[in-house]
Design a binder for this molecule. Structure first.
Ligand SMILES: Nc1nc2c(ncn2[C@@H]2O[C@H](COP(=O)(O)OP(=O)(O)OP(=O)(O)O)[C@@H](O)[C@H]2O)c(=O)[nH]1
Length: 340
């Protein structure tokens, strides 16, 4: 039985872009909200007669609002985010020192904001640092019951937030895998094809490294479905995927790009070598029968090979392989054709 090779790790293209755009929006909104809240708070402190605090908060408010406006719709650099948290931490520490318990209220939202402003481990590090700083300050300023209570509740929020971040990152990994995986065969689906082809194109243009694609399509698959049923057809597709994968190298990428259509991207491979690979794939499918739950059948596959050419775009490259596949079908199926 052919061995299935592990899938390679790759960026998820548009799924990652969506996530990045969402993060940009969230961090941008936090900066806006933080800046505007500071402006309002500075007025309140001014009216209460706390002029030094009002001045510090006003400075922070103007700075953050300006940053939010400046980086509107863009990724906010980490140093700016660190400044945001750092400045508010200093203000909170002063506030705890001046107002005791009343000053502690602002530490909780600030702690939670760390998890939104920084992703993954960075968020946990930022929140832990704040917990330590606010905890020590509270115990120092209010050494009896209050200080310890505050330190413990801050610690609990930090731990819960960290657990949530880890959970979220695991969930993100699973979702990323689901987005790029064909659920029937376990192969990569067409989601990553563009990224992989563009990468090959880049290597070709920059380092003159060859790359070739093989477009493969099962022959008369409709007949298999019609004769044995769709479930049997699914079993065949799974087995075909396993057989194809078993022949390929670790560096080759196999995709299921359509119902009974597969794409192989072979980096560092010329059309001559890819033709040999395609022949091997063809023979592997044609030479042994496929066993489903209640039936057994023979099947063949047609393949089109195209090496990336100078001045070709990736859609033109793919289209060349498609045309070669069409030629293979027209010339009798169960054969390999190479793009001219
Ligand atoms: N079982 C199963 N069948 C599928 C799946 N996706 C597509 N198909 C079937 O694949 C068949 C493709 O048929 P055609 O496009 O006519 O191609 P063909 O019969 O293989 O003929 P040629 O490609 O010309 O050799 C259709 O019957 C689809 O229903 C799937 O996920 N599972």
């Amino acid at each position: 039985m052919p061995q299935k090779q592990p899938q390679k790790k790759l960026a998820t293209g548009s799924a990652d872009e969506l996530l990045r755009a969402f993060k940009v929006k969230v961090t941008g909104n936090i900066l806006w909200a933080g800046g505007l809240t500071e402006l309002v708070l500075s007025i309140a402190q001014f009216l209460l007669g706390n002029y030094a605090q009002a001045g510090a908060i006003l400075f922070a408010g103007i700075f953050f609002t300006a940053m939010a406006w400046f980086y509107h719709g863009q990724r906010i650099p980490i140093p700016v985010r660190v400044m945001f948290i750092g400045l508010l931490t200093v203000i909170s520490v002063i506030s705890i020192h001046e107002n005791q318990t009343l000053g502690v209220y602002w530490t909780y939202p600030l702690l939670v904001a760390c998890f939104f402003l920084f992703s993954g481990v960075l968020g946990i590090i930022a929140a832990s640092s704040l917990t330590v700083i606010f905890g020590i300050t509270s115990i120092y300023v209010m050494p009896t019951d209050d200080g310890w209570r505050i330190a413990v509740t801050l610690g609990i929020i930090c731990v819960l937030g960290s657990v949530y971040v880890v959970l979220l990152s695991e969930l993100q990994k699973i979702l990323r895998k689901l987005v790029v995986t064909d659920t029937l065969t376990g192969l990569q689906n067409r989601h990553l094809v563009t990224a992989v082809l563009e990468d090959a194109l880049h290597r070709f243009r920059r380092y003159k490294r060859p790359a070739t694609v093989i477009m493969a399509d099962l022959d008369h698959f409709k007949k298999i479905n019609d004769t044995f049923g769709h479930l049997f057809g699914d079993q065949i597709l799974k087995q075909v995927a396993e057989r194809l994968q078993s022949v390929l190298r670790q560096s080759d990428q196999l995709f299921r790009v359509g119902g009974e259509e597969f794409l192989v991207v072979l980096p560092e491979t010329t059309a001559t070598d890819a033709h040999a690979v395609a022949q091997k794939l063809r023979a592997l499918i044609a030479e042994h029968s496929f066993n489903g739950k209640d039936a057994k059948t023979d099947i063949t596959i047609s393949l089109g090979v195209a090496q990336l050419l100078e001045e070709q775009t990736w859609p033109e490259w793919l289209s060349a392989a498609d045309n070669a596949l069409l030629a293979a079908k027209q010339n009798g199926r169960n054969r390999v054709e190479v793009a001219q």
